[in-house]
Design a protein around this ligand. Structure first.
Ligand SMILES: COc1ccc([C@@H]2N[C@@H](C)[C@@H](O)[C@H]2O)cc1
Length: 443
């Protein structure tokens, strides 16, 4: 353990009301929307299959050319209320919007750069429209903010000279001013999702990442920041040099999930995974035939998998440049929403149950209750679900349960064709299941 000036500010999970709400939300909608949605991965008639929000670099487009897309941004089909209603029907409890992505274009009328929505044909404050529409549906709104900024002349990837250092200090003030502006002018914002913080320039300025965390929590008490913002005294990111998580939740699971057998360390802190529908498209891409597009059921399993390990799942939508939502995303929202409508009680306010994962699916546990939720994706040919209970567990539920050895059971599923994940609720006796674990075999 060494004394850090810019390391973790506390250890363990926050238990204040704001963080408890963030945690209980469990399932959110990510929205990537910016100038990149206009070309949608196609430039001068050539389709680029890398992430559409990176088209500027994939197609080697000069900044001045790219930035002139601002004068075309006029989403005539944009309707914030429709987006919010779709998210509500999907069962999303929060939404995270790209206020500014790496391109540097701002969806709000910021005072600190002209490269913003007020200078587009659309003119109006899209961020305000989205915050109001989603909040009206009872959905919390969080802000994604990319520190990396391709547009701003003072951005630096590294600090290699006095000039770099002077320019980058100006840049860090610009970014802090924008963040203060966001936290001040949109008072219902709940959390800040930082991205674009992996470069040496940020790693050499860990002090700034802590200053931003403190400022946001001062301006907006209860505000939540992700670990991706943070670098410590030695440039160590997410986890400080003493092994403590920085920020309020771990945000390293991007387009991947922790292994439910081997990565149980994630259960010791709050965390969130974010996921694309295609293999790797966050912004709108015109051609989704270029990679596998995940089905509603594949994505629903990821939601359940994440809850079963005590994390939040942020599912990405990439609206088109005209403000429309593509049919694949509409369908995903409808199908996931149908299941969440009937079974959200095994997701919302649920957490890691501490039971050993089995092949048939996932366990979740309602916070502070003795009900154990089994979410079955893979029904065994035998119809018998294997359950290994923590030592000394006593069940209240008798129906369908057959004890086959100490703390080992089979649950008899009715033999039928299942089309959607099945939920089985078991009741355990309140003080049972905390007994000693078998001694692991020495190998
Ligand atoms: C390989 O490097 C990157 C850099 C940035 C990203 C951004 N993070 C995601 C949340 C999206 O915003 C993507 O553009 C992804 C991969």
């Amino acid at each position: 353990q060494q004394k850090l000036q810019y390391g973790a500010q506390y250890t363990g999970k926050r238990t204040d009301a704001a963080m408890n709400k963030w945690r209980s939300n469990r399932f959110g909608q990510f929205i990537h929307w910016g100038l990149y949605a206009i070309p949608g991965g196609v430039w001068n008639g050539k389709t680029y299959n890398y992430a559409a929000e990176f088209l500027k670099s994939s197609a080697k487009i000069p900044t001045s050319t790219w930035d002139s897309l601002m004068y075309q941004f006029n989403p005539v089909k944009f309707n914030a209320k429709e987006w919010a209603k779709m998210a509500k029907k999907m069962g999303a409890k929060y939404m995270t919007i790209t206020t500014k992505h790496h391109e540097g274009f701002c969806l709000w009328p910021t005072k600190f750069t002209e490269f913003n929505i007020s200078h587009t044909p659309y003119k109006k404050d899209i961020l305000k429209e989205l915050v109001e529409a989603y909040n009206a549906e009872g959905i919390d709104v969080n802000f994604y903010y990319s520190v990396l900024d391709w547009h701003h002349p003072d951005w630096r990837y590294d600090i290699k000279s006095a000039e770099d250092s002077i320019a980058f200090r100006r840049f860090l003030k610009f970014a802090a001013d924008q963040l203060r502006e966001l936290a001040t002018n949109y008072p219902t914002v709940k959390a800040f999702w930082f991205d674009g913080t992996w470069d040496n320039s940020i790693k050499k300025n860990g002090w700034w990442t802590l200053e931003v965390e403190k400022m946001l929590k001062e301006v907006r008490p209860g505000a939540i920041v992700n670990s991706r913002l943070r670098a410590d005294d030695f440039g160590k990111r997410h986890i400080d040099s003493n092994g403590e998580l920085m920020g309020d939740y771990e945000s390293g699971y991007e387009r991947r999930l922790p292994n439910p057998y081997k990565d149980l360390q994630v259960t010791k802190w709050d965390w969130e995974a974010c996921m694309t529908v295609p293999e790797n498209q966050w912004g709108y891409h015109k051609d989704w035939s270029l990679s596998h597009v995940k089905s509603p059921l594949e994505l629903l399993e990821m939601v359940v998998h994440t809850t079963s390990m005590g994390g939040n799942f942020l599912l990405n939508f990439g609206p088109a440049g005209d403000g429309s939502i593509r049919k694949e995303e509409q369908n995903i929202a409808a199908e996931i929403g149908a299941w969440m409508q009937a079974n959200g009680h095994v997701i919302y306010n649920c957490d890691y149950a501490g039971w050993e994962k089995q092949d048939w699916g996932y366990y979740t546990k309602q916070k502070g209750s003795n009900t154990l939720n089994l979410v079955v994706f893979n029904v065994p040919v035998s119809g018998l679900l294997k359950i290994k209970a923590p030592a000394g567990t006593r069940f209240k539920t008798k129906q369908g349960l057959e004890e086959i050895a100490k703390d080992q059971y089979l649950f008899h599923m009715p033999i039928q064709l299942y089309k959607v994940p099945q939920v089985i609720i078991l009741e355990t006796e309140s003080n049972s299941g905390s007994g000693d674990k078998y001694q692991e075999a020495k190998t």
